[in-house]
Design a protein around this ligand. Structure first.
Ligand code: DSN
Length: 419
C-alpha cells in the first residue's frame, strides 16, 4: 500500500478545498490553545487520527468479517477482526461488535434487538446524570419505549439502589440501564445485575464515560454482570468517535443482526481501523499510567474546588469528572461556561440533581480531567487550574482577572503542547 493511500498530509485537501482545510486548521489551533475540561472529550493520538484518514472510507462492507454482502473485503475483514480481537482482550469479553457509528446507535441496537416497542426501560434520569438514550422523551429511547427513571438520593446524591430495586419490582422493565454521563461516583454493576435477575429484566451497562478506567481496572467492570455493555471510544478510552458493544456469546447473533441490518447499513471501515489502533494503544502499559493520572488529577481538582468554597454533587469524585453545583454561589451553569470559555477553559453547563434551572441554563458545571491529563498536566498544574476557575467565577466582571487567566492558560498550553 502506498504511503499516499494511508495519509496524505492533507496536501490534497489544502489544494482542493482550502476553505475546509483552513477551518480544520482553526479547530486544531483552538484545541491546542485551550484547556479542554469537557469530561467526555479527549485528544486522540496522531496514530488514531491518521488511521481515520484512509482509503477504507471507500469500502462497502455490509455484514461481518468472512460474511459480507460485497466483494473485495479481505483487508477490511482483517482490520475489523483486529479491532474485535483487541477490544475483547481489553475488556475480557466473549463477544464484541465494533460497528456502531456512535454510543447512541449502540444503545439503539441493543434496545431494538432485545425489546419490543412499548417495553419499559429503567434508566437514570437525564437531569440527575443519565443520558438522552436512557429513556429521555426527546430521544428515540423515550419515544419507542416506555421510560422510567431512577434519581439520585437527595441527601447523598448517589444512586439509590433501593429505589432502583423498588421501581424494578413495581414496573418490571424489560431493560435496566446502568450508566451515566454526569455521575462522579462508582457504579455498582453487581447490584444492578442482582436487581435485573430478580425482576427478569435485561441489564445494559453504558460505560461510555468510564471505559478507559474500566479497561485498566480502575473502575469495576460491568463485564460478567451486564447482559450488554455499550460504549463510545472517544472519551476516557481516547479513540476515534464511534461506539461498540460487548456481550456474552449467547447474545452474539441477535446483537450483530441488531446492528446490521437492524439499525445500520455499511460500517465505517476507516473508523473501525482507527478503533483497532485505539484498542491496541489501550492494551499498552502506558495506558494504565495515563488512567491513574486521570483519577489523581480528578481527585486533586475535586479537593481544590471544595477548598475554594464551592459545592460538588456528592461531595467529590471517584472517577474522571466532577460536577460543580453553583446554586449557592448564585451563578448559573450557562454563565459559568461562558466565563471560563472567555479565558480558554472549555467546559459544559450541566444540570445538577433536582435542578431548578432548565437544561439550557442549569445550575451546574461538569469538569473532567481526561484531556488535560493527555496533555501531561499533573497535580501542581491542576491546582493552578482550580485557582483560575475560582478566580474567574468569583470575579466575572474583572478584566484583570480575565487577562491574568488568559495568560496562564496560554502558558500552560505552551508548556504542555498537544499535536
Ligand atoms: N454527549 C456525551 C457527554 O458529553 O457526556 C454523552 O454522550
Amino acid at each position: 500500500m502506498t504511503e499516499k493511500g494511508v495519509w496524505n498530509g492533507q496536501e490534497g485537501l489544502r489544494t482542493v478545498d482550502p476553505e475546509v482545510y483552513r477551518t480544520i486548521l482553526a479547530e486544531a489551533e483552538r484545541e491546542k490553545n485551550s484547556l479542554v475540561m469537557i469530561a467526555s472529550e479527549n485528544y486522540a493520538s496522531r496514530a488514531v487520527i491518521e488511521a481515520q484518514a484512509n482509503v477504507m472510507t471507500n469500502k462497502y462492507a455490509e455484514g461481518y468479517p468472512g460474511a459480507r454482502y460485497y466483494g473485495g473485503c479481505e483487508f477490511v475483514d482483517r482490520v475489523e477482526r483486529l479491532a474485535i480481537d483487541r477490544v475483547k482482550r481489553l475488556f475480557g469479553s466473549e463477544h464484541a461488535n465494533v460497528q456502531p457509528h456512535s454510543g447512541s446507535q449502540a444503545n439503539m441496537a441493543v434496545y431494538l434487538s432485545f425489546l419490543k416497542p412499548g417495553d419499559t426501560i429503567l434508566g437514570m434520569e437525564l437531569s440527575h446524570g443519565g443520558h438522552l438514550t436512557h429513556g429521555s422523551p426527546v430521544s428515540f429511547s423515550g419515544k419507542f419505549f416506555k421510560p422510567l427513571f431512577y434519581r439520585l438520593d437527595p441527601e447523598t446524591q448517589r444512586i439509590d439502589y433501593d429505589e432502583v430495586r423498588s421501581l424494578a419490582r413495581r414496573h418490571r422493565p424489560g431493560m435496566i440501564v446502568a450508566g451515566a454521563s454526569a455521575y462522579p461516583r462508582l457504579i455498582d454493576f453487581s447490584i444492578f445485575a442482582e436487581i435485573a435477575r430478580e425482576t427478569g429484566a435485561y441489564l445494559m451497562a453504558d460505560m461510555a464515560h468510564i471505559a478507559g478506567l474500566v479497561a485498566v481496572g480502575l473502575h469495576p467492570s460491568p463485564v460478567g454482570h451486564a447482559d450488554f455493555i455499550t460504549s463510545t471510544n472517544h472519551k476516557t478510552l481516547r479513540g476515534p468517535r464511534g461506539g461498540f458493544i460487548l456481550s456474552r456469546e449467547e447474545y452474539a447473533e441477535k446483537l450483530d443482526k441488531g446492528v446490521f441490518p437492524g439499525t445500520q447499513g455499511g460500517p465505517l471501515m476507516h473508523i473501525i481501523a482507527a478503533k483497532a489502533v485505539a484498542f491496541g494503544e489501550a492494551l499498552g502499559h502506558e495506558f494504565a499510567d495515563y488512567q491513574k493520572q486521570v483519577l489523581v488529577n480528578a481527585a486533586t481538582l475535586a479537593n481544590e474546588i471544595l477548598s475554594h468554597g464551592f459545592d460538588l454533587v456528592s461531595g467529590g469524585t471517584d472517577n474522571h469528572l466532577i460536577l460543580m453545583d453553583l446554586t449557592r454561589k448564585g451563578i448559573t451553569g450557562l454563565e459559568a461556561e461562558r466565563i471560563l470559555g472567555k479565558a480558554g477553559i472549555v467546559a459544559n453547563k450541566n444540570t445538577v440533581p433536582y435542578d431548578k434551572q432548565g437544561p439550557r441554563v442549569t445550575s451546574g458545571l461538569r469538569l473532567g480531567t481526561p484531556a488535560l491529563t493527555t496533555r501531561g498536566l499533573k497535580e501542581a498544574e491542576i491546582r493552578l487550574v482550580a485557582r483560575l476557575i475560582r478566580d474567574l467565577l468569583e470575579n466575572p466582571e474583572s478584566e484583570e482577572t480575565l487577562k491574568r487567566a488568559r495568560g496562564l492558560v496560554s502558558e500552560l498550553c505552551d508548556s504542555f503542547p498537544i499535536y
